[in-house]
Write a protein that binds this ligand. Structure first.
Ligand SMILES: C[S@@+](CC[C@H](N)C(=O)[O-])C[C@H]1O[C@@H](n2cnc3c(N)ncnc32)[C@H](O)[C@@H]1O
Length: 211
């Protein structure tokens, strides 16, 4: 589903700072070689993630759902040289792909990949993180939210992708959509956070843990 006029989306994209050439190359290879290339968040959301990281001065970031590394590299770009970004994925093919690009990026040294189910990896991590970006399997979104809000520092952000789920949240009929709707409701009702569900791309839910 296209949420806004495609011409307006293109206008917004064209008037947003471009991503580095390496991310353009990563995108092209993802579309040429991966089964679900549309999972990659792209320029508008990638630049938004970098901006959020910069706005809060994030030094420690956690990502659930790395894929070919576009969002991880976008966030790493906004972090200081000694920043640490831990990213999780279950797919060895995605890991091998992303590693090649991380090795070529001046920001790749900030990134550590944890291969395996994100729920298992989460159990091994300690607070505090400045920002947690959730973009893995949708059925576990509520569990990821609870883990993320516990790991993030007061004043930090939890950012969740695909929270409009192509408009299916208006009438949740399957497990994935019900899980996304449940997390959107849980965040809106949570007194620990300020939040806004941004209708950017497929929906980006941003929650700030109260300081
Ligand atoms: C939407 S893609 C991530 C896109 C990426 N954030 C970007 O913008 O380029 C979701 C990723 O989550 C991974 N994934 C699915 N289930 C997972 C799980 N249980 N634990 C960790 N990663 C998982 C998939 O392998 C896939 O690469």
């Amino acid at each position: 589903m296209q949420f806004i006029d495609p011409a307006l989306e293109a206008y917004a994209k064209d008037r947003t700072k471009p991503e580095p050439d390496l991310l353009i190359e990563l995108t092209a290879e993802t579309y040429a070689s991966m089964k679900w290339p549309g999972m990659l968040c792209g320029r508008l959301e990638g630049r938004l993630l970098k901006l959020l990281v910069q706005l809060i001065g994030a030094r420690r970031v956690l990502e659930l759902g790395m894929f070919t590394g576009y969002s991880a590299l976008s966030m790493a770009e906004g972090m200081p040289a000694d920043g640490e970004l831990i990213t999780c994925d279950i797919d060895p093919q995605a890991k091998a792909f992303a590693e090649r690009y991380f090795a070529r990026s001046p920001h790749g040294g900030k990134i550590t990949i944890r291969l395996g189910p994100a729920l298992a990896t989460l159990k091994t991590l300690s607070a505090p993180f400045d920002l947690v970006f959730i973009d893995a399997d949708k059925e576990n979104y509520l569990a990821y939210w609870h883990a993320a809000i516990a790991l993030v520092r007061p004043g930090g952000l939890v950012v969740i992708d695909n929270t409009l789920w192509s408009g299916k949240v208006l009438d949740p009929r399957d497990d994935e959509t019900r899980a996304i709707d449940a997390v959107n409701r849980a965040i809106a009702a949570d007194p620990q956070v300020e939040n806004v569900l941004l209708p950017i791309r497929d929906g980006v839910h941003v929650a700030r843990k109260r300081a």
